[in-house]
Design a protein around this ligand. Structure first.
Ligand SMILES: [Zn+2]
Length: 185
């Protein structure tokens, strides 16, 4: 088995990058992200800049998806493939993990597709790489930072984070705990 790893990125770097994109798109730090609209906005903004940003919603049973995969980003083209059921959930504006999944894929797009110097390298699974070189870890941090801005969330408890940013209970708890740990350092 092989896995990908990427140029290391610290939480703080991913945070600054996520917040820059958020603010460029005109979101206030207190705004919640409605992921389907975010995708539409990005399609316009990025294609105006000559960047390739496409997303395709596919039937859940399509063989393009691996087992348990909700969405994935093709690193050669930047195209994001999303399961139909995941896009439907994201559109319902309910407090589920679908929006996290969509923004996680944007993390791959911005951190691993757009930034050419963050080239993906394949390593054997036996090779120990630092967690911050793991593209999945980086994309999760991106989603968390983008959906739930640090400066606001550091003063909120999980239920407030959940209400403010329409995220799942689990996402709000993970966010709260990570911020607490970071502030204790
Ligand atoms: Zn991923």
């Amino acid at each position: 088995m092989v896995k990908n790893w990427v140029r290391p990125a610290k939480t703080i770097e991913i945070r600054e990058y996520a917040m820059r994109i958020r603010r460029l798109l005109g979101y206030k730090d207190t705004d919640f992200i409605y992921a389907p609209k975010l995708y539409d906005d990005l399609s316009k903004v990025l294609s105006d800049q000559g960047l390739n940003f496409d997303y395709i919603v596919m039937p859940d049973e399509d063989e393009i998806f691996e087992n348990n995969e909700e969405a994935f980003t093709d690193m050669r083209t930047g195209t994001i493939y999303i399961k139909e059921s995941v896009m439907e959930k994201a559109c319902r504006r309910s407090f589920n993990r679908a929006s996290f999944t969509l923004v996680h894929e944007l993390g791959h797009y911005f951190l691993h597709y757009i930034q050419e110097d963050a080239r993906l390298t394949m390593v054997s699974e036996e090779v120990q790489v630092q967690i911050y070189c793991d593209p999945e870890w980086q994309a999760n941090i991106f989603a968390s930072e983008f959906l739930m801005p640090f400066e606001i969330c550091k003063d909120l408890v999980p239920i407030e984070i959940r209400k403010q940013y329409h995220v799942s209970t689990q996402a709000s708890e993970v966010r709260h705990n990570k911020i607490k740990k970071e502030l204790e350092k």
